[in-house]
Design a protein around this ligand. Sequence first.
Ligand code: NAP
Length: 481
Amino acid sequence: MNFDSIFSAAQEAFLFYKNLPGKEKGEFLDTLAETLEANRAEIVPLAVKESNLPEGRINGELGRTTGQIKLFANMVKEGSWVEATVDPADPNRAPLPKADIRRMLTPLGPVVVFGASNFPLAFSTAGGDTISALASGCPVIYKAHPAHPETSRKVADCIHQAILKSGLPSALFTHVEGGIAEGQALVKHPAAKAVAFTGSHVGGMALFDLANKRDEPIPVYAEMGSVNPIFCFPKKLAANNDALAKAFVGSLTLGVGQFCTNPGLIFVPESQAKTFENAIAEELKDIAGAPMLHPGIAQAYYDSIQFLESREELRWVKVADPKHLINGSTALAEIKAADWLADKVFQKEVFGAFAMMVVYQSEDELAEIAKNLHGQLTITVWAEEEELRNQLFLINLLEEKCGRLLFKGAPTGVEVGYAMQHGGPYPSTTAANSTSVGAHAIKRFARPIAFQDMPQDLLPDALRDGNPLGIWRLVNGNYEK
Ligand code: NAP
């Protein structure tokens, strides 16, 4: 595959596409959502076959995919996402006159996106990374995930149909199949301006290191998973023991645990651990294992469980049953907080329906846990309001450790909206100042540029006097439309 010609065509497409009005970019994205919807009957069975995920889930995932495309379409049509900021000139300022400075976000250029195995649609070919890059004005060179090649080709075909219908250059999107060598060549290519990735820690860090060794280092937005701890407080647990056990097990086992927001760690007070454990065991009783995404992921799951089984600090509440290797069977182990704190290996993500229940003795121990916790996508606090008010110090510590802090419900089920934050401190991602889900994801593929004393008629519309786009702008420090 000739990557030079792919990037050169993408760069040419970029110089045309970046200057199109937001309205046209948004209409293209709307056309893509319609094209995917029109091909639902073909896409869904392919994704079901290649991912082992049930039809209901895949149907829902396609709805989520088109929903997020429409969200970005609306955003770019509206236009305020560019954060236009205007500081008008003041020629009479003493002792020095003030220049006219106008700042906005502008797209980066061609970007490389890696598809994820656990979301064959919503985090893959036309998933959030691809769409937020296209919305910002960047062409995408997409490295397909080898776990679902037919689905990926079909969706890529829909993207090209939408490009054609919209009269845009076909190099706006390129579908690349291959393995590690191809992925690395894309990241190393001098014309690549950013990388988005969802997958393993090893994979994400390999790409991050590669991007930083380039002559021109580029940002890598790698989402590498998390154990999404839940902190349980005594009064909340006493009042809701069974309901919380049910919520926990539902979140743990959803999609055979193959979510980056799957709760793999739960902290429980010692005095209530047995009662809670019994309720969890009761909930787990009827949950059978189901096929995982692919044999490699199932193998990795059982290898991690086998390693943990060799550790004497753990007491097993439910052991995994690796009889049918592709099936992910739920497992739960208990450990004392002091033992958990003594070895960081207990913080490692086990991708699948496994959780560790950590039994704590005191609030001091909880604070110690919070201080030592690795960076997470989410942290959940289950506490009564009165307990929360006594835990402000702990909450302050937890804010430093995650991208999304929940006080109700369970961490799985990431809403795609304007306020969502899906990204947290390392090692959950390589860029805690960004999100891979929700409206703010678009900013990963843009950079600020300021124009100083540029003639009015040459300025981008977003920055011109009279605000011809009618967008929200910060003018002289005040927001106005
Ligand atoms: P992965 O191994 O990280 O692979 C994801 C993509 O990155 C694939 O296209 C892969 O290429 C590429 N890649 C991986 N390492 C690379 C490297 N060193 N250089 C260049 N490209 C590289 O993830 P996976 O196959 O989906 O699943 C493996 C494990 O990842 C799971 O067991 C789980 O632990 C974790 N995972 C985490 C999340 C999450 O939510 N963060 C999601 C899915 C999986 P090729 O495969 O084509 O060679």
